[in-house]
Design a binder for this molecule. Structure first.
Ligand code: NAI
Ligand code: MG
Length: 496
């Protein structure tokens, strides 16, 4: 059944959302506790959600282990492919509903969540293809005598996936896809701010016929459920997306059994605009590299380096573009910028707006929380552009995770490469120019996992995405993503 979530209360919100999926059963939290998931556009409670903690994580990991050691180990690659394709079909069929749940739970406008159909479904179909493309190698060796040597690729085992709230549907799929493709089992811990879509997706996993225990979803807080998953001795790998501070805790928690860890963390990504660029494309490009999803994107191009001779004109145009964006409740199809996800994020972002002013940056647009009319009920911050930002200001160094551009002038290419790299992060980067030499020089000079030239934030399941430096390690997307979920076993046979 597909439900128009904006006009009808989804039955799921009063049913399974109160429970969690463990070993194929929808169960209450062992503690019996729930927490409220709210709509950040209105502050209204959407649903009461089971509050999982260490005991529930224990149960879920045990279920995932049983499934991994049981019949799931003998499921053939093509059968896993079929399951992923079925899940892809179900996500396609229920896409409006999933996109609307994302909008309600974390605030991103439906004009954004509803446009990601191909991305969500395409990811599942890409990993369906990967399921039948896993193979080891035959390796010629130099030993005296006769030995054959080859490698096997085996699933790493039970995966703990911990995801943030800024793109609940895609983040869930980016963990489920490779886990299912490789034959792992998974315990997914959604973010406490946005657990609804991952829970609904768990229901679709069951409908697709994914066996009990292969996919488990335990909502709960980071400090309890998340920490228990990260430190669990029977979890073989943790796949984490979120802040670098939590990433550091996860690495420390992994030490107990030296589990494998992959980390997709934050950024302070540079976006460099040269005077020779197509400015009519660069203005909206650079603006939406930050204002999309209210700036709550790990690779947002928040340090906007603009060549000095066009600095005043270009920053004024970006500010005007930001002021022209329609802000409001994401349920309205005309909305372009929704609220921030929570009161906590609102405090964090408005805190940085104050810091920027104290540091002497000049606001060209935005700069204050919006409280007119209905906006007062939600957590709305308008697109903000700070000019006269220096590299050493906190607003130029720290991830704000809000719709805030720090615009910085530069003079020449060697200088901008050095300054763009003066950050502890290295996730995304962008540049705008018509000069192929400049484009090439920057693409090689910037230390970041992605470089977008005359575009920003292009993503595809086949193309790797991930960080340098404190933006983390491991890659999502592409063949390398699948390797993160596989072990390599060398097999030797004495043949002579
Ligand atoms: P967070 O990193 O604390 O939360 C992400 C996930 O980690 C959530 O599921 C949370 O429950 C879990 N978590 C929290 N503490 C944990 C722990 N000790 N052990 C295991 N799991 C734990 O991020 P938060 O607090 O939601 O946002 C704070 C800032 O982090 C943002 O302002 C932004 O700068 C950054 N962030 C970056 C994201 C990215 O995509 N790279 C996503 C979300 C936040
Ligand atoms: Mg947190």
């Amino acid at each position: 059944m597909t439900v128009d979530v904006f006009t009808t209360r989804h039955p799921f919100l009063d049913g399974k959302a109160k429970r969690m999926l463990i070993g194929g059963k929808w169960v209450e939290a062992a503690s019996g506790r729930t927490f409220s998931s709210i709509n950040p556009a209105t502050g209204e409670v959407l649903a009461e959600v089971a509050e999982g903690d260490a005991e529930d994580i224990d149960r879920a990991v045990a279920a995932a282990r049983r499934a991994f050691d049981g019949p799931w180990r003998r499921v053939k690659p093509y059968e896993r492919q079929i399951l992923l394709l079925k899940l892809g079909d179900l996500v396609e069929r229920h896409f409006e509903e999933l996109a609307a749940l994302d909008t309600l739970d974390m605030g991103a406008p439906i004009s954004r969540t509803g446009a990601n159909r191909q991305r969500a479904v395409g990811m599942l179909r890409y990993y369906a293809g990967q399921a039948v493309a896993i193979h080891g190698e035959t390796i010629e060796n130099s030993l005296p005598g006769e030995y054959a040597s080859f490698t096997l690729k085996e699933p790493v085992g039970v995966v703990g996936a911990i995801i943030p709230w800024n793109a609940p549907l895609s983040s869930s799929i980016w963990k489920l896809g490779p886990a299912l493709a490789t034959g792992c089992t998974i315990v997914l811990k959604p973010a406490e701010e946005a657990p609804l879509t991952p829970l609904r997706l768990a229901e679709l996993c069951q409908e697709a016929g994914i066996p009990p225990g292969v996919v488990n979803v335990v909502p709960g807080y980071g400090e309890t459920a998340g920490a228990a998953l990260a430190s669990h001795l029977d979890v073989d790998k943790v796949a984490f997306t979120g802040s670098h501070l939590t990433g550091q805790k996860i690495v420390a928690a992994s030490a107990g059994n030296l589990k494998r860890v992959s980390l997709e963390l934050g950024g302070k990504s540079p976006d460099v605009v040269f005077a020779d660029a197509d400015l009519d494309a660069a203005v909206p490009g650079a603006a939406m590299a930050v204002f999309a999803n209210s700036g709550q994107i790990c690779s947002a191009g928040t340090r906007l380096f603009v060549e000095r001779k066009i600095y005043e004109e270009f920053t004024a145009r970006v500010a005007a573009f930001g002021r022209g964006l329609r802000i409001g409740d994401g349920r309205d199809p005309a909305t372009q910028v929704g609220p921030l996800v929570s009161a906590e994020q609102l405090d964090r972002v408005t805190g940085y707006l104050a810091i920027g002013r104290q540091e002497g940056a000049r606001p060209l647009a935005g700069g204050e929380r919006l409280t007119e009319g209905d906006l007062a009920k939600g957590f709305f911050v308008p697109p903000t552009v700070f000019a006269d930002v220096r590299d050493d200001m906190r607003i130029a160094q720290e991830e704000i995770f809000g719709p805030v551009i720090s615009a910085i002038p530069f003079t020449d290419i060697a200088e901008v490469i050095e300054r763009a790299n003066r950050t502890s992060y290295g996730l995304g980067s962008g540049l705008w120019t018509r000069d192929v030499t400049k484009a090439h020089t920057l693409a090689r000079g910037i230390r970041a996992g992605s470089v977008w030239i005359n575009c920003y934030q292009a993503m595809d399941p086949a193309v790797p995405f991930g960080g340098y430096k404190m933006s983390g390690y491991g890659r999502e997307g592409g063949k390398q993503h699948v390797e993160e979920y596989l072990n390599v076993k060398a097999v030797w046979i004495r043949t002579g």
